[in-house]
Design a protein around this ligand. Structure first.
Ligand code: PMP
Length: 351
């Protein structure tokens, strides 16, 4: 080993779902099958490219204001970043600095472990129960912080506001982050708890319900004090995280509440229909509050199904990791895409 090689930071990176270049039915990375709000397209068409000579507003004021108005919180309670991945990573760096371990579920968004390793934060995974549910009592012990998604990923299971509050109230000495990437497809957001708990951070994204994964916009809502700390770390890292185009399009997306609600409803309706179809084919489908379904078949190997689907140009997500090696995560696409999926599965399973 060369001397300098000893000083290289080695990490095991997060592995994102495939982005195939050929046209496929893409149900593998929980993108929204519908386009962003019409105002986003109009904003892009009107875009003044001369503005791109200049750096964007480092405070991302227009977007933070739009989000603050939408949620009825102060502008000083909103932090925006390059997708919720950026926001969550900043949160790890800013708030998880204890010698005690940060707690998160064993089956969850696999990026948590990657950030903990990258920033050398001690962590301890808490096993989901036999039904893939979070056991809230696991989070009553001493720790250096708590993070979990609600709904959880890749299970899709949504926990009630009372459940979330129970975890927050048992952890008032540390920062608790609720990752609500999929909340719009589920139910009540933990944002309601912000007035009561100054140690709570709620993180959401434009990538799922707002159909803008390609724009990379995420945000955190929390007390002004926590947002100030996040900004201090951000400005120590990169002042201009949000590009001009994302800022303009983000504001347009927030404005169109009717389109947002209509798109979410379409996806939730398709999800409920798809869950029924999976059931008819003998799959076991976890109750989902997200824009995906986590499914297993008692008689058919998940890896084999994954490979066969891929061969047929239908991409779903498969991990093959402990406890979930017989599960597939299927994003809810359009009704037509899902019909093609079920047509294929019907033939495949009957062979
Ligand atoms: N949290 C969870 C639970 C997710 O599944 C994802 C999507 N991969 C993210 C955060 C990050 O999404 P984005 O960076 O696109 O906002």
């Amino acid at each position: 080993m060369k001397a300098y090689e000893r000083n290289i930071r080695r990490v095991e990176p997060y592995v994102p779902g495939e982005q195939p270049q050929r046209k496929v039915i893409k149900l593998n990375t929980n993108e929204n099958p519908y386009p962003p709000a019409p105002g986003v397209r109009r904003a892009l068409e009107r875009m003044d490219t001369d503005r791109l000579r200049l750096y964007p507003d480092p405070e991302a004021s227009a977007l933070t204001e739009a989000l603050a108005d939408y949620y009825g919180v102060g502008k000083d309670q909103v932090f925006v970043g390059v997708g919720s991945d950026d926001v969550l990573s900043m949160c790890f760096l800013t708030f998880f600095n204890s010698e005690k371990p940060v707690l998160f579920p064993d089956i969850t968004y696999s990026f948590y472990k990657v950030w903990a390793e990258l920033y050398r934060i001690p962590y301890e995974c808490q096993e989901l129960d036999g039904n893939f549910c979070i056991e809230k009592e696991d989070y009553y012990k001493e720790n250096g912080g708590v993070i979990f998604p609600n709904p959880n990923a890749p299970t899709g299971i949504y926990e009630t506001l009372e459940f979330v509050e129970d975890i927050v109230s048992h952890n008032q000495e540390v920062i608790v982050i609720v990752d609500e990437a999929y909340i719009d497809f589920a139910g009540k957001s933990a944002m309601e708890l912000l007035e009561k708990y100054e140690n709570l951070i709620v993180v959401q994204t434009f990538s799922k319900a707002r159909s803008m994964a390609g724009m990379r916009i995420g945000y955190a809502v929390a007390s002004p004090a926590l947002i100030r700390h996040l900004n201090d770390v951000k400005y120590s890292f990169n002042s201009y995280t949000m590009n001009q185009t994302s800022l303009v399009c983000g504001v347009e997306a927030v404005k169109d509440k009717a389109y947002f609600e209509q798109t979410v409803k379409r996806i939730v309706d398709t999800r409920e229909w798809a869950a029924e179809q999976f059931g008819k084919l003998g799959f076991v489908c976890l109750d989902s509050g997200a824009n995906f379904l986590f499914v297993t078949h008692p008689e058919h190997d998940a890896r084999e199904l994954f490979e066969a689907l891929k061969e047929a140009g239908i991409y779903v997500r498969y991990w093959g990791s402990r406890r979930i090696e017989q599960y597939l995560r299927v994003t809810v696409g359009t009704r037509e895409e899902m019909e093609t999926l079920f047509e294929f599965l019907k033939h495949k399973l009957s062979r």
